[in-house]
Design a protein around this ligand. Structure first.
Ligand SMILES: Cc1cc2nc3c(=O)[nH]c(=O)nc-3n(C[C@H](O)[C@H](O)[C@H](O)COP(=O)(O)O)c2cc1C
Length: 341
């Protein structure tokens, strides 16, 4: 029996006595400590090999860690050793920033969900790059990029370009986060005109960097679950015409339909986990129907079992990611999903 099988009965009760953000900070600190080779062997997990190749990249298996858990790349080697086929780090911004005031993360225990309004708290792109340079993990690493809170929306592209240029040489793909509901007006970048301007600029830069470095780093766009059909179609069409390399469906939702009346349900922020599952899968299906296999898709939102992972793959995803189920089930969830896919 794996050590992590004890998480729900022994470790989670202790973890859940702490404030969610304290528990998160401790997890990353512990991950940092366990990232040393002898400990890695002891605390790592061996999972079945289920290779997937998309965007010109070879993933050991289809399950990845979603953005937001290791924003600064502090625990890359530990998280990589848990059996994920890829890690998405960030979201990172050009300058370090504190994010929103605490408390800003809430467990919706009855629904196996989380609400967060972190607001891109991170130590800045230069700090992340140092950690990327020092990593030993040789699986696929994506970096999610965003803009600083103080940067006006009209100048958002400058921030994304700075991050892109700095991480380009040190990661395998770049995720463009325009769907976080916790940074003021960020989701407006999903509207057609600003979207085409932003992604067009990033595509141009990608071509320049690919020529100068001899390395093509795919660009993936992460979208919100709260878009209507018309918005989804317009967004997909823009991604198709700009030759975006991948799309991730979805970020957290502002809807509270699934958790109405539960403790913390009225906190503002993005809802993730089980209550997001159906909504995210629906958006994924709609995107799949529109892009018709021309853009590879990553499914995220409520993945916490082999059934929910298969749901995303059946809806058109080539890869899946998780965050919230790691909080509720611990690292065992990775082995359970990958080995049974
Ligand atoms: C505390 C927290 C912080 C997050 N931060 C980010 C982030 O920085 N960038 C991002 O693209 N998504 C972020 N997300 C969203 C996740 O990457 C994911 O899209 C969402 O949680 C749905 O997956 P899940 O249901 O498996 O949690 C965050 C989610 C949580 C719970």
């Amino acid at each position: 029996m794996s050590l992590y099988a004890l998480y729900p009965s022994l470790i989670r009760p202790i973890v859940f006595c702490m404030q969610p953000e304290t528990a998160h900070t401790m997890t990353i600190k512990l991950g940092q400590l366990l990232s040393k080779p002898p400990l890695l062997r002891l605390f790592g997990q061996k999972v079945a090999s289920k290779p997937v190749e998309i965007m010109g990249l070879k993933f050991d298996n289809p399950l990845g860690l979603a953005a937001g858990m290791d924003k600064n790349g502090d625990a890359i080697d530990y998280l990589g050793a848990l059996g994920f086929g890829h890690l998405e780090l960030g979201t990172v911004t050009p300058l370090p920033q504190d994010g929103n005031p605490q408390p800003r993360m809430f467990r919706i225990r009855e629904a196996r969900g989380l609400i967060n309004r972190m607001g891109f708290n991170n130590k800045g792109v230069d700090y992340l790059v140092k950690n990327l340079q020092q990593r030993h993990y040789n699986g696929i690493v994506g970096v999610s990029i965003g803009k600083n809170e103080i940067t006006p929306l009209e100048r958002a592209q400058d921030d994304y370009l700075i991050c892109m240029q700095k991480v380009y040489n040190y990661c395998d793909y770049i995720a463009v986060n325009i769907s976080c509901p916790n940074t003021k007006d960020l989701t407006a970048l999903q509207d057609e005109e600003p979207l085409v301007k932003l992604l067009g600029g990033l595509k141009e830069e990608q071509m320049k960097l690919a020529n100068s470095t001899n390395k093509y780093v795919p660009l993936v766009v992460k979208i919100a679950p709260d878009l209507n059909e018309q918005q989804i179609n317009a967004l997909c069409d823009a991604c198709l015409s700009l030759k975006i390399d991948g799309m991730t469906c979805t970020n957290t939702t502002t809807s509270r339909d699934e958790i109405y009346g539960l403790p913390h349900a009225s906190e503002w922020g993005g809802l993730s986990g089980e209550p997001l599952r159906q909504k995210a899968t629906l958006v994924l299906s709609k995107v799949h129907a529109r892009v018709q296999g021309k853009i590879p898709l990553i499914g995220v939102g409520g993945v916490g079992s082999v059934i929910s992972a298969r749901e995303k793959l059946a809806a058109g995803a080539s890869l899946v990611q998780l965050y919230s189920s790691f909080v509720y089930q611990g690292p065992q969830v990775i082995e359970d999903i990958v080995n049974n896919l």
